[in-house]
Design a protein around this ligand. Structure first.
Ligand code: 13P
Length: 254
């Protein structure tokens, strides 16, 4: 059942554009968020202002956090600070945060560190996983996803972290911002694979599965009734409030 909509604004809106959006749309957004869990992820510098402008029942998320607790890490933002300002969700592993990083194992390790720090600070991580176009063409999507999941789950086991909920956002890299989406059957099979794999390792877990990548008004109908799917992660389609609202309303209509 669809219950979560995450708006990832990336670096698309400036500070003043973000403020205007919030002032203009807060009332309607608050009404929407009575029906579904809406999580708005503005860029870091706008978070505190957005918190003052949006209704309290709208969740505010961060787009990333540091893999380090504190220290000499210029430009990074810690999970501790996010907790102190009252953030309750944080994306980690988004493919756009991986640009120019070539050692994927280091990268996956750093995502598991971020996961650990967020959990420690009572912030819900939204773990983004996904394969590139090249990996898809080589038919290794499932291996790639399993590897990305393993890095997090190994950490959970090693640190003996007690969790009862895991939020996974499947975002095929080839679908982000390209207008391309998987066929519903392909997506369904991939999500079933992800769910089975996680359940085989962590049995008593409440798993929330989101999809992200070029969701728009033309394709939402194909995905909204997919039983395994719990929500969407929207980039471009979350920038214009009326478009975002239409997608939310269409997703929750029968
Ligand atoms: P688009 O919806 O613009 O493809 O972006 C998806 C995404 O990256 C959300 O995190």
């Amino acid at each position: 059942m669809i219950k979560i909509f995450v708006a990832n604004w990336k670096m698309q809106k400036s500070y003043s554009q973000t403020i205007k959006w919030c002032i203009k749309n807060n009332k309607e957004l608050a009404e929407l968020s009575h029906r579904k869990n809406i999580i708005i992820c503005p860029s870091f510098e706008s978070i505190a202002k957005v918190q003052t402008l949006l209704n309290k029942n709208i969740n505010i998320g961060a787009q990333d956090c540091s893999a380090f607790e504190k220290g000499a890490y210029t430009g990074q933002v810690s999970a501790i600070s996010l907790r102190e300002i009252g953030i309750n969700y944080c994306l980690i592993g988004h493919s756009e945060t991986k640009i120019n990083i070539t050692n994927t194992d280091n990268l996956n390790n750093s995502i598991s560190e971020k996961y650990f720090l967020l959990i420690k600070n009572n912030i819900k991580p939204i773990i983004c996983i996904g394969e590139t176009q090249e990996e898809r063409e080589k038919n290794i999507t499932y291996d790639i996803l399993k590897h990305q999941i393993d890095m997090i789950i190994n950490k959970i086991k090693k640190e003996e972290i007690k969790i009862n909920e895991l939020i996974i956002a499947y975002e095929p890299i080839w679908a982000i911002g390209t207008g391309k989406v998987p066929k519903p059957e392909e997506l369904n099979n991939t999500l079933i694979g992800i769910k089975k794999y996680i359940n085989s390792i962590l049995s008593d877990i409440e798993l929330t599965i989101l999809y992200g990548g070029s969701i728009n008004l033309d394709n939402i109908e194909e995905f909204k009734n997919m039983g395994i799917l719990n929500g969407f992660l929207l980039g471009n389609s979350s920038l214009d409030f009326q478009l975002f609202k239409k997608i939310v309303l269409l997703s929750i209509s029968a």
